[in-house]
Structure formats: structure tokens, C-alpha cells
Design a protein. Structure first.
Length: 255
């Protein structure tokens, strides 16, 4: 992870660790959804780290994980109020019905537990290009534009980019599920920075690109990604979870 992104993740970790202090006395049970071969969010005081991923070699390589589980996020089922902290870093964009997965993760938190989510900004030019180009283009882009060897780094996963992962929709869903946002930031993905450097899209040209993006998409092209820390409150969900999720899916155009 590049230093700019690492600094943002460090701030999110600090917010999560502060919120988890009352639960840390007995050791934390943590779930990493889509953990890959490297943990990006480390929870201080974690004594059990359940890593969930479809990539078995990545799970084996992840030295933070104590309990590897080979499953997709859609297949995962966690018992209500069974874990202290959950991270899902750039995973929800790859799954169908991410709001349903989000709801399951929220219910799995014990009171005072935290959920750290990182997702692409679905309205950014980068996400729109990703959504409407074929997987073969993504694989070519990783190889040629980013210089990544598939043997060493793997190939990009299929991307869904459901509108339900837009930050404003996640906030509404979190509130309905009894979660509070305690920290959040938007930032620019390092891959986009790499490409901009290669094509010399900086200075005035980049400022003009951002202005065009704001005018056409109502979104700053520099905000490609979003990360947030949610804390499970004592507040009860504001309605049956199934109904909440159904209404959330029906509100695709709102926000």
C-alpha cells in the first residue's frame, strides 16, 4: 500500500481501536471478509482472526489470519452478535446484493463492535469505466498499464459495483441497522495516480478533468475510493431488517 493510502488506513485503524477499547479486555474476535494475502486493517488486541476469501493460496499466505475460511462474501453466514470487529476492504464491489452482505455483517457485531468498510466510489469516472468494460480489458490494464505480473499479483476479480455501495446509501443503511459512523474519508486510488503520472494528467489538465467530472457526474474524479468505520450502538434497528434491505434496493436512484 502506498504511503498516502496507508496514512488514511492508519487513521481508520486508530478510530476503530479507540472504539474497541472497552471490548479488548477479553481479547477480540475479528472477521476479515476478502482478506487476501495481506491484512490491511489490524485490530489491536485481536486474539482470533477469521479470514474469509475464495483464494486459498492467498489465505495460506496471510500471516495475520488464525482461522482461514474458503468462502465468498455472499456465502458467508455469521451468527448475530458473535464478533467484535469486521473488516471488508475492497470486497463489496465484487458481490451481488452487497446491502444484504452489509446487513449480515452489521448484525454479527456485538454492541460496541466496529465494522470497517472500503469500497470504490461508484459515481467516479474510474468506477464507471470499470463497470462498463469487459474483464479482458481489466486483465490487460493490470498487465500493460500497471505492469503487474499475473503470476505474482493474480488477476483482478470480476466487478459488480452495485449502486448500493455508494457512501450515502451505506450511511442510510448503517443508521437503519443501528450503526453509527465514527470515521470516514474519500481518497484517490494509487492505480489512478499511477496512470495519471504515466499520461501526464496533472496540474491544469487534471484540474480541468476534475471540473468536468463534477459538472457531468456530480462527483470529483479525485475521489475514487471511500473508507468508513461504523460502530454498533445500543440503538435497535429501525424496522425489520428484511424490509430495510428491500427498501434500500428499491431506492437505487436516490442520493
Amino acid at each position: 500500500m502506498n504511503p498516502v493510502s496507508r496514512a488514511i488506513f492508519d487513521r481508520m485503524e486508530a478510530a476503530a481501536d479507540e472504539a474497541l477499547a472497552p471490548l479488548r479486555r477479553n481479547g477480540l474476535t475479528v472477521v476479515e471478509v476478502g482478506c487476501g494475502q495481506q491484512t490491511n486493517v489490524v485490530f489491536e488486541g485481536a486474539t482470533r482472526v477469521i479470514g474469509v476469501d475464495v483464494d486459498q493460496p492467498a489465505l495460506v499466505a496471510n500471516t495475520t489470519v488464525t482461522d482461514p475460511v474458503i468462502l465468498s462474501a455472499n456465502e458467508l453466514e455469521l451468527a448475530p452478535e458473535s464478533v467484535d470487529a469486521i473488516s471488508s476492504i475492497f470486497t463489496l464491489e465484487h458481490v451481488e446484493e452487497p446491502d444484504v452482505v452489509f446487513g449480515m455483517l452489521a448484525r454479527a457485531l456485538r454492541p460496541g463492535g466496529v465494522l470497517v468498510i472500503a469500497v470504490p466510489q461508484v459515481r467516479s469516472p474510474k468506477a464507471i469505466i470499470t463497470k462498463f468494460t469487459p474483464q479482458s480489458f481489466h486483465e490487460w490494464f493490470y498487465r500493460r498499464a500497471l505492469g503487474r505480473d499475473p503470476g505474482a499479483h493474480g488477476t483482478p476479480f470480476d466487478t459488480v459495483l452495485d449502486p448500493a455501495i455508494a457512501p450515502e446509501r451505506l450511511r442510510r443503511l448503517a443508521t437503519a441497522l443501528g450503526l453509527d459512523v465514527i470515521a470516514e474519508e474519500s481518497f484517490e486510488d494509487n492505480k489512478q495516480r499511477q496512470v495519471r503520472t504515466k499520461v501526464h494528467l496533472n496540474g491544469r489538465a487534471w484540474a480541468a478533468t476534475r471540473a468536468i467530472s463534477r459538472a457531468l457526474l456530480r462527483h470529483d474524479a479525485a475521489d475514487t475510493d471511500y473508507i468508513a468505520v461504523y460502530r454498533r450502538s445500543d440503538r435497535a434497528p429501525s424496522g425489520p431488517v428484511g424490509d430495510l434491505l428491500q427498501r434500500q434496493r428499491e431506492r437505487v436512484g436516490i442520493g
